[in-house]
Ligand binder design. Structure first.
Ligand code: GLC
Length: 545
């Protein structure tokens, strides 16, 4: 039997083990009402496009009510829909349309912090020092001697830049409380040592699971608990350090209890709901969040941070594999998301960057484990250098990097009318649609969906082909849930990941063509020039025997 022949065999695995999920950043996907901001109506109208890629589902970043200081990651009502994006009826329609198309729907839950406009934070501000209301957050007395600007309770720095504390009541000489915010001052951190916070979030999970939502992506999942007593950080909490590798600020043992409880809750539903964590830690620590009774998935962020460097890929790949063997969960692959520079640009930009991004995507989809694609990745979109005056990212405003360049509204049509089709024609039949919330650069239309749909060599066509083949390989049990990945380098620059004795992925990461080990090539990121050889910046899936 040919390994790519369709059979009746069903894979003996949970759906999420083989899944490829498409990340939707609703603001920038499709604008259904012509106001220049993407919304639920736009997304619903474009669901058939997502289904046509052959993915298993979508993950939607936040659309809940929010002042939008951090583009929705400052939530003021966890169980609603921000009018900017639509209504709950529209969400229900979206969910049912997605299910009808065979797409699962994952939402983002933001349990580390909320918006300073959240009613419980507002109640805490009003209730004053020492109150039960303030105990839902981290309010701690500090100095209010403003001659030196005031001294906060500890030395932690915010991930977005500047200190991680703000005065609760800046005008008051008697209210000496400061509150903790690992991100912007408009995003106060919940106090997870107070059981009422856990109960509140159990209710949030139930609300969405009862509606039929298939799973949740958990924002900053490793940071909910801080070291007891909020001690000073020895490293004085540099911006990145402050969260990722600072033992005072995140990755506390107590957080695992939350995910055990949530897994139990997720498995009370049929089908079981999925939990995928944003766990920004090194592989050995991150894998502890996907032990058998915790989340099912956590993004392999160590992989996202790599350049075009075979030694680094092999080292991180083997580290992830060691973590899998220790804790049992396969890595969850991603090359892009709304927080990081687009892969085309990360890998060098221009034609070379585009080739490498294709190769990396082909490699990633052939690796053991689930994978996520970020909207626009299937179009090979580069990072946009958003003009200074148009930047809105709070991280940028506080002195950090700017993430807007990966969030520019998608080009659907080559023609620039209605922001390259980002605003739907139905939405603005007579009127001109508003400018998109982030400007699209010159030449954006050359990446348009409508052009790529006509081009068999386009990044879009490649993704669809890879996903179709991937599905068949799962069906035919060439790919299985217990696959591992052993990484090595041949001839100095040919990166190989052996998925099983039958199948390997190879990526040519050097400057010269390299000879492939024997086998039949099932898929290549770019056309193969010569049998048995791989040109630089190409990747293949190879079946042995
Ligand atoms: C996560 C989100 C990011 C957001 C931050 C704070 O890292 O992906 O966009 O700014 O959390 O919620």
């Amino acid at each position: 039997m040919s390994p790519v022949e369709e059979t009746a065999l069903a894979p003996a695995a949970e759906w999420w083990q083989s899944a490829v999920i498409y990340q939707v950043y609703p603001r920038s996907f499709a604008d259904g009402d012509g106001d220049g901001v993407g919304d639920l109506a736009g997304l619903t109208a474009r669901l058939p496009y997502i289904a046509s890629l052959g993915v298993d589902g979508i993950w939607m970043t936040p659309f809940q009510p929010s002042p939008q200081v951090d583009q929705g990651y400052d939530v003021s009502d966890y169980c609603g829909v921000d009018p900017l994006f639509g209504t709950m009826e529209q969400f229900d329609a979206l969910l049912s349309d997605a299910h009808a198309l065979g797409l699962r729907v994952l939402l983002d839950v933001v349990p580390n912090h909320c918006s300073s406009e959240h009613p419980l934070f507002q109640a805490a501000l009003a209730a004053g020092p020492g109150s039960a209301e303030r105990d839902m957050f981290h309010f701690v007395e500090g100095s209010v001697d403003m001659s030196d600007g005031g001294v906060p309770p500890n030395n932690w720095q915010s991930v977005f830049g500047g200190r991680a504390w703000s005065r609760a009541n800046p005008g008051s000489p008697t209210d000496k409380d400061w509150y903790l915010h690992l991100f912007s001052p408009e995003q106060p951190d919940w106090n997870w040592r107070n059981p009422a916070v856990g109960e509140y979030f159990d209710g949030v999970l139930r609300f969405w699971f009862d509606k039929g939502v298939d799973g949740l992506r958990i924002d900053v999942a490793h940071a909910l608990f801080k070291a007891d007593g909020l001690p000073d950080s020895p490293s004085a909490g540099g911006v990145v350090d402050g969260l990722r590798s600072n033992p005072q600020v995140s990755d506390q043992e107590e957080v695992h209890e939350v995910y055990r409880r949530w897994r139990t809750l997720a498995e009370k539903y049929e089908p079981h709901r999925l939990l995928v964590g944003e766990v920004n830690l090194e592989p050995a620590r991150a894998a502890r969040y996907t032990r058998a009774d915790e989340m099912q998935q956590a993004f392999a962020f160590a992989f996202v941070k790599l350049g075009w460097d075979p030694a680094a890929w092999a080292a991180v790949g083997n580290e992830l594999e060691a973590a899998r063997q220790l804790h049992g969960a396969t890595p969850t692959w991603a090359l892009e998301n709304h927080d990081i520079v687009r892969s085309v640009t990360r890998f060098g930009g221009g034609e070379v960057g585009a080739l490498r991004a294709r190769a990396a995507m082909v490699a990633l989809l052939g690796l053991p484990g689930p994978a996520y694609l970020y909207q626009g990745q299937e179009l090979g979109l580069p990072e946009v250098d958003v003009p200074l005056e148009s930047r809105v990212d709070p991280m940028w405003a506080r002195g950090g990097v700017c993430r807007d360049g990966a969030r520019v509204p998608l080009p659907w049509t080559a023609h620039d009318a209605l922001s390259h089709g980002f605003s739907l024609a139905e939405a603005a039949p007579a009127v001109q649609a508003s400018e998109p919330w982030l400007p699209q650069p010159e030449g954006w239309g050359t990446h348009a969906v409508e052009l790529q749909q006509q081009d068999p060599e386009s990044p879009l066509a490649l993704v669809a082909k890879a996903l179709e083949l991937r599905r068949l390989l799962w069906k035919n049990e060439v790919f299985g849930p217990n696959d591992g990945g052993t990484w090595r380098i041949e001839d100095g620059s040919l990166l190989i990941c052996e998925r099983s004795t039958d199948f390997f992925v190879a990526v040519a990461m050097g400057t010269e063509p390299v000879q492939l080990p024997a086998g039949s090539v099932l898929l290549s990121a770019a056309p193969l020039a010569e049998d048995g050889w791989l040109q630089p910046n190409n990747a293949v899936w190879v079946l042995r025997g």
